[in-house]
Design a protein around this ligand. Structure first.
Ligand code: AMP
Ligand code: GLY
Length: 425
């Protein structure tokens, strides 16, 4: 069995490590991968995640049986459409499905059409119409770039002046290029956030465990948004009652909507949710695994990930087992100084050998001398598992203490809110 995995981050490392551990006979190729992945896979630094032709040629030449397309950019660029057209089986949605993440106005219209609870919104392509709308709106308001913007395309504005500035930056100055020439302006919601990743094959949808990401860079949700600084799984706010609400009001209606729209979504469909006073609402869809949610979920997966990927690709998810342990996992992101704006690179990474099995490598490469060095914003993830959430968190932080690189930054409060610990004012 030959498997291709697109991407180079912690999420892809976690997927590759799980595939390898559960199926040691499988031959895994990562495009481009990162240096640490070579423990489990053949890495191809010369074939990047957006090199559609390069990936296709390699898969054809090497007879890759299944290609896992994880990052948002290649999904939106139609990599799955292209690979499937060449006869290569894939896990990951085609471009039509990736639009649920790649265009916020598409996703909002989908939710409106299929009565899926979400924040009230308006969508604008015309700057003056958007400007007029914010004159009489209720604040705070949320302004979102329509397209992919590396997780930075969402701004919460407190007043009219701030709204005008953001609209100018997004629509006129095109801060995120074409991605922000169209905007969605939506109602500001409050409540705990819950991520639920699901496997979907277009006919059947099965949830994984719930998770809670921590998006801001500093403790107690201070500082700018990042790709995610840490995760706990399962999410304690996702009670059995909330899970029922999710399944009946959000998850199944989403699948029904996809079917009604003839959208054959085969991959991981990620629900970013908020538990508001007026019920559970969808903040966003992602058409892929979350990062770092995946890193905290896969260690708890009991079923065989490769069998699930194959079942999704063949539209046989209905009969596939998706089973998790009843343990808890905490994942702490160790980031480089300067992340998210301008991460420092090239620092040597040291860790105690006994902690290696709890490490997920993301922004790393090998120096000329063969040492692992930092090479990105989110450098590595440190895991802790336990029978209870406090145990998992404490284990994770004990492991963090055994890893170091110069100017390493991490949040010290991952899971704290879930344990009822609030910031001291
Ligand atoms: P998104 O990229 O859509 O997930 O948004 C990034 C983050 O912005 C979310 O995780 C929320 O914390 C916040 N956010 C997005 N939409 C809203 C909203 N309507 N109300 C409040 N916060 C929001
Ligand atoms: N951790 C949030 C995301 O992957 O979008």
């Amino acid at each position: 069995m030959k498997i291709g995995v697109i991407g180079s981050g912690g999420r892809e490392y976690a997927i590759i490590k799980t595939l390898h551990t559960q199926n040691p006979e499988a031959e895994i190729h990562a495009f481009p991968g990162n240096a640490a992945m070579s423990e489990f896979a053949v890495i191809h630094p010369q074939i990047t995640a957006m090199d559609l032709a390069g990936v296709r040629e390699f898969c054809l030449l090497e007879k890759i049986d299944l290609c896992i397309v994880t990052p948002d950019d290649p999904l939106m660029a139609g990599m799955v459409d292209e690979l499937e057209a060449a006869g290569i089986a894939c896990f990951g949605p085609r471009r039509a499905g990736a639009l649920l993440e790649g265009s916020k106005s598409f996703a909002k219209a989908f939710m409106a059409r299929h009565h899926i609870p979400t924040a009230a919104y308006e969508s604008f392509t015309d700057f003056s119409a958007a400007l007029e709308y914010v004159q009489n709106a209720q604040y705070p308001l949320v302004i979102k770039a329509d397209g992919l913007a590396l997780g930075k395309g969402v701004t919460i504005v407190e007043n009219k002046a701030a709204a005008e500035t953001t609209l100018r930056e997004f629509m006129l100055e095109q801060k995120f290029g074409a991605a922000s020439s169209q905007v969605v302006i939506e109602e500001f919601l409050t409540g705990p956030e819950i991520s639920v990743l699901t496997f979907c094959d277009g006919k059947t949808i099965k949830p994984m465990l719930s998770a809670m990401d921590h998006k801001r860079v500093f403790d107690f949700d201070n500082g700018p948004n990042t790709g995610g600084m840490g995760v706990i799984a399962p999410n304690p706010w996702f009670t059995a009652e909330v899970a029922r609400e999710f399944e009946t009001k959000i998850m199944q209606p989403t699948l029904a909507g996809l079917r009604a729209d003839a959208c054959d979504f085969r991959g991981c469909l990620y629900f970013g949710l908020m538990l508001t006073d007026t019920g559970l609402k969808v903040i966003e869809y992602n058409a892929r695994f979350g990062d770092p949610e995946t890193q905290a979920l896969l260690p708890l997966l009991e079923s065989n990930l490769l069998e699930i990927f194959q079942a999704v690709s063949r539209q046989e998810l209905r009969t596939a087992e998706v089973k998790f342990t009843d343990l808890h996992c905490a994942c702490i992101v160790l980031a480089a100084a300067g992340y998210p704006e301008n991460p420092e690179k090239g620092k040597e990474i040291d860790y105690a050998p006994e902690v290696a099995k709890n490490l997920i490598f993301a922004g790393v490469k090998r120096s000329a001398a063969g040492k692992l060095i930092t090479n990105g914003g989110r450098v590595l993830n440190v895991l802790g598992t336990g029978k209870t959430l406090p145990e998992a968190i404490s284990q994770a932080y004990q492991n963090v203490a055994k890893v170091e690189f110069a100017n390493c930054h991490f949040r010290t409060d991952i899971g704290a809110k879930a344990l009822g610990i609030e910031e001291e004012k």
